[in-house]
Design a protein around this ligand. Structure first.
Ligand code: FES
Length: 96
């Protein structure tokens, strides 16, 4: 099952399979989101879930209960359960 993910503020979109981490799904679509550890601990990929539902792929992602309640997610260890809207700005290597 594949879901559409929309990034704010750019409006870029990609498809994310339910069994693929969002970070990887974005990369497969040619969109590089900020990342480092890719295992839910460094928080480099931290972004806000504006709309939709995700599933955590690990039991203890590096977020506080308050952060989770406020909608913060770590896309390296989260997968889409519905169409999503995320606040995240892709890395632009050509503008570095
Ligand atoms: S890349 Fe480190 S927490 Fe996501």
């Amino acid at each position: 099952m594949s879901h559409r993910v929309t990034l704010l503020p750019s409006g870029e979109q990609f498809q994310a399979d339910a069994d693929v981490p969002l970070l990887l799904a974005a990369e497969q679509a040619g969109i590089a989101l900020p990342s480092s550890c890719r295992n839910g601990s460094c928080r480099t990929c931290l972004c806000r879930l504006v709309q939709g539902d995700i599933r955590w792929r690990i039991d203890w992602p590096g977020l506080s209960p308050d952060e989770k309640r406020e909608g913060w997610i770590l896309p390296c260890v989260a997968s889409a359960c519905s169409d999503l809207v995320l606040e995240s700005t892709p890395v632009r290597w050509d503008q570095a």
